[in-house]
Ligand binder design. Structure first.
Ligand SMILES: N[C@@H](CCC(=O)N[C@@H](CS)C(=O)NCC(=O)O)C(=O)O
Length: 205
């Protein structure tokens, strides 16, 4: 059994999808949260000078370093059996992941003024993001998941993690898309994920 170390800052951010995947799979890992005092040293070990970073020591004792959050999520999806049954289903899940990235990119991350940021976030969620959600609603299968062979997969988990932030700002953000709303609830209530949400370190983002 490989051993895993996930390095990130003390926020949910770009590591949270991987943390939910570990939780759902019931696979142990070290959730290492780097503070500002140790970051300059750790940064030197990061292939692109950024986190998250996943270190995997395989059964032969070799250690592999994986950077880029999407690469980490896709690697874990393959390793933990959350990537669909074949490459067509995996492509369907990738489509969801990329759509969620477009959704997150529609948010005003660089706005410095807190009040204006709140207003712009609300406008983005009620405008372009609502349209993205309507498109995503059509990707939910009759089985209630994004994957033809069931879930939760990396697509379902990535969607639900993204929704945490959006729903915090606009609690009605999924009201026009009932299949997405039900899918989000289903993922959050998976017993292992629920336990993680209830026990994880409390952070703002
Ligand atoms: N495309 C990268 C972006 C990674 C990224 O922006 N990491 C930020 C934190 S969210 C970081 O390490 N910032 C510290 C720095 O650049 O020194 C990914 O998805 O992993």
């Amino acid at each position: 059994m490989p051993s895993y170390k996930l390095f990130y800052f003390n926020v949910r951010g770009r590591a949270e999808i991987s943390r939910w995947m570990f939780a759902q799979a019931g696979v142990k890992y070290e959730d290492i949260r780097i503070g500002s005092e140790t970051w300059p040293e750790k940064k030197k070990e990061c292939p692109f000078g950024q986190m998250p970073l996943l270190e995997v020591t395989d059964d032969s004792g070799s250690t592999h370093v994986i950077a880029q959050s999407s690469a980490i999520q896709r690697f874990l999806a393959r390793e933990l059996g959350m990537n669909g049954k074949d490459s067509y289903e995996a492509a369907d899940l990738d489509m969801v992941g990329e759509q969620m990235k477009d959704i997150m990119m529609a948010l005003p991350w660089t706005e410095k003024d807190e009040e204006r940021k709140k207003q712009l976030t609300k406008e983005a969620i009620e405008g372009p993001i609502a349209k993205y959600f309507l498109q995503l609603e059509n990707r939910v299968r009759d089985n209630g998941w994004f994957g033809r062979s069931g879930g939760p997969t990396v697509g379902d988990i990535g969607f639900s993690v993204g929704c945490e932030f959006l729903l915090h700002t606009v609690p009605t953000a999924l009201d026009a898309t009932p299949k997405l709303k039900a899918l989000n609830e289903r993922v959050r209530n998976m017993p292992n994920i629920k336990t993680w949400i209830e026990s994880r370190p409390e952070t703002k983002i």
